[in-house]
Ligand binder design. Structure first.
Ligand code: GCB
Length: 612
């Protein structure tokens, strides 16, 4: 659990960020592991940490590399930390990594979007430079999460083919930190919140390795720093009079401070931000604090120029500002868990989040590289498509997906912004065998969230109403639909709204809330055309009107998240022009006409007013 508790400095804990420019080397001949590069690299170049390594250099070799890359840096570890447990912690490394310190392996992790840490006690040289070497691998397969494959060409060149529509950025994507923690310490906190009238309740459970005679106490402070409740012991309930609830657009946060004391001396201390709110699905309503919520916002990506998927607080803050400007109240972390620092911002700003695992590409359709457009052909039950019939998918793939769920829920369970978990984006649920697969996925996920939040997966348009074999497991129906773009584009778009409304009427009979988690049209910023044509800004606006007509016709629709917040990078191909252009904003975060259009619509739909 060491990795999941976010690193914070307190009187008992020290944190040192070691991000910066590190040494870097591509392993083009795949020799690093056998030739002990773990002991030190030669002939290196510079690399920014955190960042994707792909878009910084000018050579295709760097951008399109398949396989291992190596990083190295040196860190000074002070002897003042001798009595502590010293860890190195990575916010994420995509998709797999192994870490050595002074030649000794300290951590290995599979999964590109989760933190992991290694204990350094046995290999540290105090008050000297310690060599940190990391190998990161970007390869994907049918049984990894996300899915993809490696193509090999006659000349020996290898290429990772993602089965998803975003660039397979790789590298050390999030900050790297040294942590010096007390030997007796808190290792996990779980909170469950509720309220009755004006009284808030926070049930807490702590995990800690306690020394003899230890006293554990927790104190809850309000946003002004005034203590409002306290309790002792590793488990208990705190009651808050005149509670300030965490609400969409108003992320009121309390701080739960845990202290472990021995003979009056504090041995560990850790603060956790807590938002008091409830989440529930009732019939076709999605309730936050018992009120029916309407989701307005986007599916996003962690994606920006030069950085790729690398963490950047400037981009995150700009995105939050734009989200406020456009009157959005929510987003989905499509198609993988976002940086912890992003989730903290969402907590603070009251941005409602559908938190998605990295399970994307669970279909055969992208294998040929035909892309989404090519994907349609033969979908909906063709014998060629059998992703979930593969035995290794049902075993290894399922295990990888469960692991991704376990880790995400552990990392994000306490965030008030998270109101629902999305377990997969667009798996091929037109296949019968997806039923049993998702029965197991959902059954497992239901054991993993202490707050029992609603669970969903995102349905794709090749498993429309009547053809989906897995929606029965979900609490909320989430639909990605492209009426007027991938189908009924151009002149036919005039009827797209009606066709969409017809499908929605079918889904509405399921008696569950429906969220449209994707709808969008590629649009080149600056291209204007009267009358409109596909790719023009005018077309994107007209397309939105068709979609909104459909949503407004269906009472079970409780949310709309347009695809995408901003233009983003993808694989190259004939249906992508330097990336996916469905953004309301450009990749450098300036508005298209559609952004102004959405802003006006969303100003008129309050967070809690249910459409009549
Ligand atoms: C989808 C996918 C998303 C793609 C989008 C598109 O259904 O979920 O990853 O980027 O379509 O633009 O085609």
């Amino acid at each position: 659990m060491t990795a999941f508790l976010y690193p914070q400095e307190t009187m008992t804990r020290r944190v040192k960020d070691i991000s910066g420019i590190w040494r870097f080397k591509l392993d083009t001949r795949n020799e690093g592991r056998v030739n002990d590069w773990k002991d030190g690299l030669t002939d290196t170049t510079d690399m920014a940490v955190p960042s994707s390594y792909n878009d910084i250099f000018t050579e295709k070799e760097m951008r399109d590399h398949c396989g291992d890359v190596w990083y190295e840096t040196e860190v000074m570890i002070p002897s003042e930390w001798k009595d502590k447990d010293v860890f190195v912690r990575f916010g994420s490394a995509t998709h797999q990594a192994t870490v050595w310190v002074n030649g000794v392996e300290v951590a290995s992790h599979v999964g590109g979007y989760m933190p992991f840490a290694g204990l350094l006690n046995d290999c540290i040289k105090f008050d000297q430079k310690n060599k940190v070497v990391v190998v990161v691998n970007n390869e994907l397969s049918r049984t990894t999460i996300p899915c993809g494959h490696v193509a090999e060409y006659e000349d020996g060149v290898r290429e990772v083919k993602p089965w998803f529509d975003f660039f397979n950025y790789a590298g050390i994507h999030r900050p790297v930190k040294l942590m010096a923690l007390p030997k007796h310490r808190l290792s996990d906190i779980t909170v469950i919140t509720d309220f009755e009238g004006t009284v808030g309740k926070v049930d807490y459970t702590l995990e800690a390795n306690l020394p003899d005679g230890a006293q554990v106490s927790v104190k809850l402070y309000d946003a002004q720093g005034t203590p409002v409740a306290e309790h002792t012991g590793v488990k208990g309930q705190l009651k808050v009079e005149n509670v300030n609830l965490w609400k969409p657009g108003d992320g009121y946060l309390y701080t739960l401070e845990t202290s472990i004391e021995v003979d009056g001396a504090i041995v560990d201390q850790y603060p956790l931000e807590v938002g008091i709110r409830t989440v529930k699905v009732e019939g076709t309503k999605f309730l936050i604090n018992n009120e029916p919520f309407y989701f307005k916002g986007f599916g996003k990506h962690e994606d920006s120029d030069h950085r790729g998927r690398g963490y950047d607080p400037v981009v995150n803050l700009r995105d939050m500002e734009l989200m406020d400007w456009i009157n959005a109240n929510s987003m989905r972390t499509s198609h993988y868990p976002y940086a912890e620092e992003f989730m903290q911002l969402a907590n603070r700003r009251g941005l409602v989040v559908i938190d998605e695992t990295p399970a994307v590409g669970q279909w055969d359709m992208m294998i040929s590289g035909g892309g989404i457009a090519g994907a349609g052909a033969g979908a909906g039950g063709s014998e060629k498509l059998k992703f979930f019939d593969n035995e290794d998918v049902q075993t290894e793939g399922l295990a990888a997906q469960k692991f991704a769920i376990e880790e995400l829920f552990k990392r994000d369970k306490n965030h008030p912004c998270v109101v629902m978990w999305s377990l997969s984006n667009e798996p091929d649920t037109s296949q019968e065998s997806s039923n049993e697969y998702f029965r197991q996925v959902f059954e497992y996920a239901r054991t993993q969230d202490p707050q029992n939040r609603p669970l969903t997966f995102v349905n794709f348009m090749m498993a429309p109403y009547g053809k989906c074999h897995a929606h029965q497991h979900a609490d909320v129906i989430c639909l990605n639909r492209y009426y007027g773009w991938y189908i009924m584009g151009g002149i036919e778009m005039r009827d797209a709204g009606k066709a969409f409304a017809k499908e929605l009427a079918g889904w509405a009979t399921e008696g569950k809330p429906i969220i449209i988690t994707e709808y969008g049209a590629d649009t080149t910023a600056g291209v204007h055309k009267l009358p409109s044509v596909q790719w023009s800004e005018e077309y994107q606006v007209e397309y939105l009107d068709q979609q909104h007509f459909a949503f407004d016709s269906c009472d079970a629709v409780v949310g709309e998240q347009m695809w995408n917040f901003a233009d983003f990078q993808t694989w190259e191909g004939i249906i992508r022009m330097d990336g996916n252009k469905k953004g309301a904003f450009t990749r450098n975060r300036q508005p298209k006409m559609a952004a102004h259009h959405l802003r006006k619509r969303w100003a008129k739909i309050p967070d809690f007013k249910y459409k009549k």
